[in-house]
Design a protein around this ligand. Structure first.
Ligand SMILES: NC(=O)c1ccc[n+]([C@@H]2O[C@H](COP(=O)([O-])OP(=O)(O)OC[C@H]3O[C@@H](n4cnc5c(N)ncnc54)[C@H](OP(=O)(O)O)[C@@H]3O)[C@@H](O)[C@H]2O)c1
Length: 237
């Protein structure tokens, strides 16, 4: 249980972060969510109720991240699900897009860990987010695979440097979240069906599958420096 614990979820206005926020509150925590869009955050907090509060934050902006943690003060667990990802064929992809991806998913999590850690209680934790393309090479994912691999490695080294705070990484597979809301519905469903057909578990993941993994990492005080794969056997498929 997370009674009397404060959990900060950057990226908590959508998908895995929002599901994690909802379950953290159900387990007794007080939750702070942050992301760029005030509108998304307001909607999320309406859903989450009075034990949730919110701040707008763009994790690509180092000074904003620093100021955010000054406002939040002391807390117990940091979960960073914030990311906007992109892909494309290596030779045709503009390097500006690749740099944006690193700014968002790698540097965003780097800043969050750097400025969040001093405010985290000694028995607290940090959970970062990698992804399956770091572990199974996929055409069109050269940059995202590299970002995810960098995040996994960062998490493992931070588990040593930030101890006794525990630092872990979740590596999701294909999860049905609003992250693919810009894809036309028919192609999205087709994509999910194709992926599900290849996986040993015969389905894509749901946000609650990943939130469960986050709580294992938050609550098991013997686990640090681990990369927890929640991907339905995707690496083997
Ligand atoms: N879904 C999948 O299939 C999948 C697969 C592998 C890995 N993952 C990883 O799992 C994590 C969560 O993904 P998800 O599917 O839950 O995504 P999601 O539903 O799109 O949620 C992402 C959240 O990040 C926030 N965000 C994006 N850029 C931000 C920034 N610069 N600063 C602050 N907040 C930012 C978004 O809100 P705003 O727009 O308001 O900023 C949103 O709340 C990500 O790291 C993702 O790469 C997901």
């Amino acid at each position: 249980m997370l009674q009397n614990q404060k959990v900060v979820i950057i990226g908590g206005s959508s998908g895995i972060g929002l599901e994690t926020a909802e379950q953290a509150i159900a387990k007794g925590a007080e939750v702070v969510i942050a992301s760029r869009s005030g509108e998304k955050l307001r909607k999320a907090v309406e859903q989450l109720g009075s034990r949730a509060s919110w701040f707008t934050l763009d994790t690509t902006q180092e000074l904003e991240v620093q100021a955010f943690f000054e406002k939040v003060g002391a807390f117990d667990h940091l979960v960073v699900t914030a990311a906007e990802t992109s892909g494309g064929p290596f030779l045709q992809t503009d390097t500006v897009q690749v740099r944006k991806l690193f700014d968002n998913k790698f540097w965003g999590q780097y800043y969050a860990a750097k400025y969040g850690a001093p405010n985290i209680s000694a028995n607290g934790s940090i959970t970062l987010f990698s992804g399956v393309v770091a572990y199974k090479a996929m055409v069109g994912s050269s940059a995202l695979g590299a970002v995810n691999a960098a995040v996994s490695n960062l998490g493992q080294t931070l588990a040593l440097e930030l101890a006794p705070i525990r630092v872990n990484v979740v590596s999701p597979g294909i999860i049905d979240t609003p992250s693919r809301s810009k894809m036309p519905e028919a192609s999205r469903n087709q994509f999910y069906e194709t992926v599900a057909g290849k996986l040993p578990v015969k389905r894509v993941g749901q946000a609650e599958d990943v939130a469960q993994a986050v709580f294992y990492l938050l609550q098991n005080t013997f686990v640090t420096g681990t990369v927890l794969h929640v991907e339905g056997g995707h690496i083997l498929a």
